[in-house]
Design a protein around this ligand. Sequence first.
Ligand SMILES: Cc1cc2nc3c(=O)[nH]c(=O)nc-3n(C[C@H](O)[C@H](O)[C@H](O)COP(=O)(O)OP(=O)(O)OC[C@H]3O[C@@H](n4cnc5c(N)ncnc54)[C@H](O)[C@@H]3O)c2cc1C
Length: 387
Amino acid sequence: MPNTEHANTPERGILIVGAGPVGLALALALHRRGLAVRLADARPAGAGERDARVLALSHGSRQTLERLGAWPEQGPTPITTIHVSQRGALGRTQMRAEEYGVPALGYVTPAALLYRRLAAAVAAAGIALLHDTAIASLSPTEEGIEASATNGQTFSARLVACCEGAIAGEAGGNVRTRDYGQHAIICRARLAAPHRGIAYERFTPDGPLALLPLADDYSVVWTMPAAQADAQMALDEAGFRAALQTAFGGRVQFVETLERARFPLGLRVRGDAVGRRTVWLGNAAQTLHPVAGQGFNLALRDVWALADTLTGAADPGEPTLLARYAQRRLLDRRSTIGFTDSLVRVFSNDDPLLTHARGAGLLALDLVSPLRHFVAKRMLFGARAWP
Ligand SMILES: Cc1cc2nc3c(=O)[nH]c(=O)nc-3n(C[C@H](O)[C@H](O)[C@H](O)COP(=O)(O)OP(=O)(O)OC[C@H]3O[C@@H](n4cnc5c(N)ncnc54)[C@H](O)[C@@H]3O)c2cc1C
């Protein structure tokens, strides 16, 4: 029988800093396991509903969100086929849901919709969520940890889970960074013909361009050097649409683009995702390039494993427990970060030798079934793709 009674007061439980999608999902997962949990977020209530991002969620993430009672029944669009190609080269590969016995390879949802669903589930579970509460400092001791907010509030807990969406400057030498020199322009594109659930990942010398089916449209994630993003953002709708059409090619015809927004991209990874009575999850642990849509999916696997590791713990901040969690997540975390990083670096340049090798690689992927299945399973489930 899990021993939850000791961890059932807020002071003996877990304070989650940041109520973005990762913090909210973690709160639900811990609460389900009988752990006392509170959330503090710097922003006012409802701010997450203005998130312009669109997320591709894996089949595994859907299962996790369903278990948490936070899967948006209406809204996510299934991806039935993923088509991967590169501009100016022959190689291409396709992965289809039916080959893997799943209804869809993934699902596309506006981040704002997911946020709304998670926030509603947190409220329904009666989990305390304080808005306008920015945590400014953490002081761990042997027995617990104190958190102070800029509004003067203080909190005692046994563990603080940092889900604040960014890696703070003071993390110093524990942080690995890589500047890809790229920005993502995201927008919605209306189409001349139905998308039939096909998602495209197209590698161009400037950066990857992804089309994700969202309702009747495509959600576009187009990465490119910063200066080029300046120019694309300045174009009128017709000019931007023409540039997008040229970059993508003729497989899909765009008739209108809407809701253009821009995000700088880079890699920031916290070497140790656990510290003294502290654990970091989501973008606070690793901020990834969106090329393969891995960021939130990886975070959900972390959330599930942390809740699982802490189940029944009298002291959820106990160092051996945190070490066990970190060890459990090592392989998936490292390989997902490495997979994403190498996709960006290998596919985002126009070296003719690499172009050829990439084309050959994509053809090989199409021809060699086990390799293709491996990549598809990584997209579907993360580390469970490893034998
Ligand atoms: C263009 C783009 C496309 C993407 N596409 C995908 C995709 O297809 N699939 C995928 O899996 N991932 C994708 N990602 C990654 C995904 O968006 C992130 O992994 C995810 O949104 C991170 O959520 P989070 O909760 O960690 O951070 P956030 O959403 O940033 O939330 C952090 C929260 O912490 C709060 N906060 C900050 N500081 C404090 C403080 N001091 N005290 C209290 N609260 C604080 C903030 O107010 C905020 O509410 C994409 C990212 C980008 C940029």
